[in-house]
Design a binder for this molecule. Structure first.
Ligand code: BES
Ligand code: MN
Ligand code: ZN
Length: 489
């Protein structure tokens, strides 16, 4: 697994600034006031910081943005990075400031002079999240990042605050690695093995094989997997950090590759379908975080792992499968496979665990990308309190989420001539909502439920504030916060 960069918190030692070998980072407020470390840097550089503070370039920087001074006189450092940050700036600004450091981090690491920074732990979190690179498939990996030393006021207290955030960063990295990994490496078997390895962290991990799922009647999930050489698996991860109350359930779509099956996708861009296990990847990242920070809550994570391939044994358009719930489904389009997988895993989750609530995540529809682009996940829910709590958590973490409607009026297009329901509507209209209505059929009335369609947010074509191009890890932060605020005492 890609490990977050090591960050050490130490007391400020002004004598170490002059000779520091890596990058040196200082912070300036808009009022031009400097902390002790910044004043020392200003003296060593003969007033360079004061000149920055008085410049138009600095005035144009947003909170958390910075600029680089190369080979500054008076310092051994090759670069002095100056970041704009005020004491009153919020968590988002502190994380952005950290990301500004993480984005530029090199082999020599950095000395961060954060003695005047109030949200130093949040800053370290932003730094860790942005200093991610997926290098496991490079034969000559680019150099790894050097370590970071942060000089802060009260290093023990800052380190204590940073510990749960480090657990969160590890969870996000786990999700990103899984999503970035190609499908010839991340087979269902490899995926399940990586989840089973989390038993070392104190999670209970169970793996249901195809025979187990057949015995449970999971014809919808198993139908998707018929064309693949890598076997279907249902992995159940238990984190029992609460009392004896019923757990909260997280369910993920884990299609390790989606060719579309017999209803095959066009070649252009098909390689992106290595990310079609993004829902499962996010569930895995949240479970890892809960275990690492020993969360005081009961959460069960379930992921349906399959590969959607065309083959002589693959399911055909027109096939009728029977779900664990008992509903029969006419598979009109084998490319609408995610909902078939989720139907069985969600039913199993409710049947076995009677959860207090359930959230499923899935890269489910291209239609949600048309509707919301790459900035917001589509949020569908049958329960306003749970949904509002989730939206609040996502907002606090800066993860875009936008509520979409549900409604029986959309069900008409899912009527089947031969079976109880078909797996796609009759046209493309409202495709993300029709998919959500399909899923809702497999949610019990008494289960508070949220469906998150992350097709547009799991992967980014360019860098974001907290991630390089590629897998974002969207949702790990919001779900971790929701669990902390709703279930932990
Ligand atoms: N995995 C895709 C959805 C997807 C599209 C994810 C783009 C990420 C980016 C899903 O299985 C799919 O193929 N959905 C179809 C449904 C259609 C056949 C009703 C789609 O969106 O085209
Ligand atoms: Mn598909
Ligand atoms: Zn898919």
């Amino acid at each position: 697994m890609t490990a977050p960069v090591t960050i050490q918190f130490v007391e400020t030692d002004l004598d170490r600034l002059e000779g520091a070998a890596g990058r040196v980072v200082v912070f300036l407020g808009t009022d031009g006031k400097m902390g002790a470390a910044a004043r020392k840097v200003d003296r060593l550089t003969r007033g360079a910081l004061k000149r920055v503070a008085a410049s138009d370039t600095f005035a144009r920087l947003k909170a958390g943005e910075g600029l680089d001074l190369a080979f500054p006189a008076g310092l051994a450092a090759p670069v002095l990075q100056v970041i704009r940050l005020d004491r009153k700036d919020d968590v988002a600004a502190a994380r952005r400031a950290g990301a500004t450091i993480g984005r530029m981090l090199g082999t020599d690491g950095a000395l961060v002079l954060a003695d005047a920074v109030t949200l130093a732990a949040e800053l370290s979190f932003g730094l860790a999240l942005r200093a991610y690179q997926f290098t496991d498939r490079k034969s000559r990996p680019p150099e790894t990042f050097g370590g970071v030393t942060m000089m802060v006021n009260g290093p023990e207290a800052v380190a204590a605050e940073a510990a749960p955030l480090a657990a969160l960063a590890e969870g996000v990295f786990f999700t990103r690695d899984l999503v970035n990994e190609p499908a010839n490496i991340l087979t269902t078997e490899d995926f399940a093995a990586r989840l089973a390895a989390m038993q070392e962290l104190g999670l209970d991990v169970e793996i249901l094989e195809e025979a187990d799922m057949a015995a449970l009647g999971m014809g919808a999930l198993l139908g998707v997997s018929l064309g693949s050489e890598t076997p279907a698996k249902l992995v159940v991860m238990h984190w029992n950090g609460g009392g004896d109350e019923a757990p909260f359930a997280l369910v993920g779509k884990g299609v390790v590759f989606d060719t579309g099956g017999i209803s095959m996708k066009p070649a252009g861009g098909m390689e992106d379908m290595t990310m079609d296990m993004g829902g499962a990847g996010t569930v895995a990242g949240v479970m890892r975080t809960l275990a690492l920070r020993k969360a005081k809550a009961n959460v069960v994570g379930l992921v349906g792992l399959v590969e959607n391939m065309p083959d002589g044994r693959a399911q055909r358009p027109g096939d009728v499968v029977t779900s664990m719930k008992g509903d029969t489904i006419e598979v009109i389009n084998t490319d609408a496979e995610g909902r078939l997988v989720l139907a069985d895993v969600m039913w199993y989750a409710q049947d076995r665990f009677k959860p207090t609530g359930m959230i499923n995540l899935a890269t489910l529809t291209g239609a949600i990308v048309v509707a919301l682009g790459n900035e917001n996940t589509g949020v569908f829910s049958n329960d306003d309190p749970l949904c509002n709590a989730f939206l609040t958590a996502a907002k606090a973490e800066g993860e875009g989420a936008w509520r979409m409607p549900l409604g029986e009026a959309y069900d008409g297009v899912l009527k089947s001539r031969v079976a109880d329901i078909r797996n796609v509507g009759t046209g493309r209209e409202g495709g993300a909502i029709v998919a959500a209505q399909f899923l809702k059929r497999f949610v019990r009335d008494e289960t508070p439920w949220i469906h998150l369609d992350i097709a547009g947010t799991a992967l980014s074509k360019g860098e974001t504030v907290l991630a390089p191009k590629g897998a974002t890890g969207w949702g790990v932060l919001a779900l971790n916060r929701l669990i902390r605020e709703r279930f932990e005492r």
